[in-house]
Write a protein that binds this ligand. Sequence first.
Ligand SMILES: [Zn+2]
Length: 708
Amino acid sequence: MRTILVLVSVLALTAPVMAALTPAVPAASTTPAPAVNPFSTKWNTPFGLPPFEEIKTEHFIPAFEELMRWHNEEIAAIVKKEEAPTFDNTIAALDDSGEALVRVTNVFGLLAGAETSEEVQAIEAKVEPMLAGHADDIYLDAALFARVKAVYESRAKLQLDPEQATLLEKTMRRFVRGGANLAQAQKERFRAINAELSSLIVRFGNNLLKETNAFKLVVDARTDLVGLPDDQVAAAAEAATKAGLAGKWVFTLKAPSIWPFLQSSANRDLRKKILAAYSSRCDSGGETDNKLVFAKLAALRVEKAQLLGYPTWGHFVLAENMAKTPDGAYALLEQLWKPSLARARREATELQAMIDAEKGGFALEPADWRTYSEKVKKATYELDEESIKPYFALDNVLSGAFTLAGKLYGITFTELTVVPRYNPEVKAFEVKEKDGRHLGVLYLDFHPRPGKRGGAWCSNLRDQWIRGGRFVTPVVYNVFNFSRPAGDAPALLTPDEAETLFHEFGHALHSLFSSCRFRGSGAIAQDFVELPSQIMENWVFEPELLKLYARHSKSGEVIPEALVTKIRKAGTFNQGFAKTEVLAASFLDMDWHTLTTTQLQDTTAFEKASMAKWGLISEILPRYRTTYFAHAADEYSAGYYSYTWSEVLDSDAFQAFKEKGDIFDPATAAAFRQLLAKGGSEDPALLYRRFRGRDPKVDALLDKRGLR
Ligand SMILES: [Zn+2]
């Protein structure tokens, strides 16, 4: 899972950020808990971090209500200004407004994703439509829009710098896309659509969490554990004990449980059982079924897009992205689809040959792919994941990410032990420049919990911007779902998990390096935002970096050359499968979001037809099916192609280091940091060209994936 799930509300897309009343220097954290709502006070905590221990669920609704009122007053003050509209008194003033509301939105967004409960979900169901309505109140305010429009129309005379010009352009577009130009009757319908969309998104996510948590594969007999490595067996035994089933073994649909199980279990029936449960989530009828929820989302999006003059939701979303149109996205996906599928077919033949050599007597199915690709890998490269994992203890991989950031950018990470945190197992780090200057705070949350959604993501508790001439430093968090250590053993990561850690860490660096004047500059095109994250994955298995972090968890021995060579040689192994499942999901997402009809679709039939049209082979499932495709359901809708789009950029950008013959080349790193520092304050294509000296080429990606 290499996802950044942006769990922020409609409002955060409006004013994509938040800054707390932060002291530049950490203050003592000994203030007694105030009786008042923590969201209406200044936070006297180190670095102005949210006082998590004082924040109770009952604080949220009153805080949202009160802070929406505050925000409305700020907006009213802008509208009432007697002076003619200017960039400062209208566009910058809007950017400044709503700070306190974004503060509560960000804290709530964090908890709704990583520390949810039935109480939090009930608040979410109430608050999301409220926030959607609040955003509508702003964008559909005719007097406010008149001021924005007046500034926009005079832009040629304003002599704005690039960041101001971008903010003005984005603000104008946000109003138009927020319905400002609609006739009164359309505005009513527009509001109703937004309210319903926000409720459906919440419902989709909560259904998915419920069904993911509900399933347990309970194994009674040790003979059914054949093939599984010891740490997986130990983790399953621990999970069973926790579930009141001591003496048995429990496997779940969470990433650290299901994927290793599918990779190693020799019991085909159980493999099929757990994959069937995973791939039929929210697809079996009943209260938590997502088929109709998704169909309604898709239909309402068509209606919303068409109200705004776009033929489809995809056209509406992609107008803000580098791809510009669904055709642009499809063109790239199709370019990669044929070679990926051809490669996947060859891989399937190899796996079938292995099954036949074992006299398995069955045809390859999705539940067999991971098991047999692991066997083929062992046979071909004498490489198995179990021999790699001891070198990828979580602490070592994390130190690898920190080391890389240090080598590229000179920054340091110091663990903070006495700061507020939302769960005791969450870690916090102060990030500093080479000269010791404070850059920001990074929270890291590693393991699954029942209240945590699946996948991995990065978001901000406080964005960087410059408020009243003062530089506000960012507070960023990464959430993961890595294997929990069993007993006293260290948590060992799979190669995929190591890449995920570097990926989310890359998003965090993007936020930490931001050096923008406006909060609105933090909104970044979806298909550009995966460049800073995915580029980091390129370093994970580079021998020069491996030597610095991949040490054996028991002996402390540095990973042997021979093993590094094997890992490098196996680098393009199984890439047909990996790319095919991602591309299939990207097509599915884009097919849903290029519907032109508002008629409710039969979700099952639609998905079947989409996959048949592209010719997905039956041995591979799309990375996500519709009923559990959280990206397609939420704010990432029509955006799953972004991972592939950004992969062109990240492969090409990493190539710039390779061309210098030094993967830590300081000049290239400095140029890349320039790109990161700009956030969304300039056109991404321009930022990229400035870094690379030319437009991106697809060649590096094709080579990396072994697709030509
Ligand atoms: Zn990402």
